[in-house]
Write a new protein. Structure first.
Length: 522
């Protein structure tokens, strides 16, 4: 740990100077804040450290009551967005008054730049420590802890707050009046459910949370709702029942892929609670309980009269809508071919020209039939066509060098208009207009900023193709394609350099080629 002698901040980052005041950092064996004052609070002991900050036990002046004070690390306190997130946690928790959620007392900032969140002090252990000591918990204890967490989530969700990081280490087990009460802590990545995109402090391509407890929609970068907290509660209950997290892997990507694709390991009989756990861990958010209070109702009621709206969902996302859509489409096409208009060509009307009368008089020839206005078509010259082909080949080479495809151009703001003009002019055989559009693309493509957004849109198109080819592709191969698809989803979020972008793009192209091969025989 490195510490600052002036502001007393600490950090685990490899820094030479304090980012808050510029003082030279030193290697500290003891936390410099212990025994010092932080605003009107005197720090007495270190309780724990996290990724964003450290938590201390502190006492206010003239009061003999302990509080927990969470202080941001120096390298975090200099980041404006992280400070905003920290302040948001204080504001979010200040709105909640519930026995299953930690209470916020104060928010402190010092002249030196330190930020601290003052909360009620919760003696005891967290759920992660309990599981490490005792292993799988008895059903009664599992019910009690899960019910308390669900009650706390219900209050947070009522205020439109999504925790996004439910896990055993964020559940504190506190004894009050002889009863053990679970309390939710660490709302550091909380988010308003209806918060506009422009006001979010985490981008759409950033993963926030702990991978072992992350809902599939968070992995896929989809809309975040209160259902992600219910999924994490289900994973935590599974861990309480078995003593181990259901999804583990050697890397973060392995865990995220399993969260999105694999069914949870089987559970022992738990007096009906196993059905609730499977429902909470449904891959599709629509298959989970609709609210935290519904989870409480399940826990409180015997299995025989459990709420009918909760049913164990299939482990993989529902596929029947796609099968139904395919059936309806097939039926419509069949009916159209059966009773639709005939495909035979219409008979050509025969024009009879009367013969001139056999007399000495000269008769006027009959009027010639009116010619139908022929549709004007443009026949491109060979040279114009050759020039267009050469320009398109150069465009293809440029796209390949940058890891892009032609379809990508339709979704990029810099190339969207020229791409549409090119496609429209090409269809109408207007080689001059098409050539100008291709030249505009050749100028714009090198300026395109490569990033995860382009790969995300490409993967969305690939997902549509995967869903539409489930009948043509063997099931074993489809599972392999699904697995590879979710791996690419994770890799796409981290493709922030041109080299990484090119590698992920190449892998997506290989998966697209494999799908076409088995679907169309290409």
């Amino acid at each position: 740990m490195r510490a600052c002698p002036q502001c007393l901040s600490s950090t685990f980052a490899e820094l030479e100077f304090c980012p808050l005041d510029g003082a030279a950092l030193y290697e500290a064996q003891v936390d410099p804040l212990i025994g010092q004052s932080l605003g009107r609070y005197r720090v007495e002991a270190l309780l724990g450290r996290g990724a964003m900050g450290s938590v201390y036990r502190a006492y206010p002046e003239a009061l003999d009551r302990a509080f927990a004070v969470k202080v941001l690390h120096a390298d975090m306190a200099c980041d404006r967005k992280l400070v905003e997130r920290f302040a948001r946690e204080a504001h979010a928790l200040s709105q909640i008054r519930h026995s299953n959620i930690v209470s916020v007392i104060d928010f402190v900032t010092t002249e030196s730049g330190l930020c601290a969140l003052v909360m009620e002090y919760l003696p005891g252990i967290d759920l992660a420590e309990r599981l490490a000591e005792a292993g799988p918990l008895p059903v009664d204890q599992l019910r009690r802890i899960a019910r308390g967490v669900a009650m706390g989530l219900n209050e947070a969700h009522r205020l439109k707050l999504i925790h996004r990081d439910i896990k055993p280490s964020n559940v504190r087990l506190v004894t009050e009046d002889g009863h053990e009460i679970p309390k939710l802590v660490d709302f550091g990545v909380v988010r308003l459910e209806d918060q506009p995109d422009a006001q979010r402090l985490t981008g759409q391509n950033h993963l926030v949370g702990t991978p072992r407890y992350m809902a599939p929609e968070m992995v896929m970068g989809e809309a975040i709702t209160a259902a992600v907290d219910l999924y994490a509660l289900g994973v935590m209950m599974h861990e309480m029942a078995t003593g181990a997290a259901p999804f583990v892997g050697q890397t973060t990507a392995d865990v995220l892929v399993k969260q999105a694709t694999e069914a949870p390991p089987p559970l022992p009989p738990l007096e009906g609670i196993e059905r609730l756990i499977l429902a909470l861990m449904a891959k599709d958010a629509a298959d989970r309980p609709k609210s935290a209070i519904e989870v409480v109702a399940w826990i409180d009621s015997p299995p025989s009269i459990a709420p009918a709206s909760i049913a164990p969902a299939p482990p993989i996302a529902r596929r029947w809508p796609y099968g139904l859509a395919a059936f309806v489409a097939t039926l419509v096409v069949t009916l159209f071919l059966a009773i639709g208009p005939s495909t035979e060509p219409e008979p050509i009307a025969e024009v009879v020209v009367p013969s001139p009368p056999v007399t000495g008089s000269v008769a006027k020839p009959p009027p010639a039939p009116a010619k139908a206005a022929a549709k004007r078509t443009r026949t491109p010259s060979r040279q114009g066509r050759a020039d267009l082909d050469a320009a398109e080949r150069r465009l293809g080479t440029l796209l390949a060098q940058r890891g892009l495809t032609r379809a990508d151009l339709s979704g990029i703001k810099l190339t969207k208009k020229s791409y549409r003009r090119w496609r429209r002019a090409r269809a109408r055989k207007r080689t001059t207009t098409a050539g100008r559009a291709v030249q505009a693309l050749l100028t714009a493509v090198p300026k395109v900023k490569l990033g995860p957004g382009i790969l995300e849109r490409r993967l969305d198109r690939l997902l549509t193709a995967i869903r539409g080819s489930r009948r043509e592709v063997p099931q074993v191969l489809m599972q392999e394609i699904n697995q590879r698809y979710f791996e690419l989803r994770v890799q796409a979020k981290e493709a922030r350099t041109n080299s990484r972008f090119a590698r992920v793009s190449k892998r997506i192209s290989a998966l697209e080629a494999k799908l076409r091969k088995y679907r169309y025989g290409d």
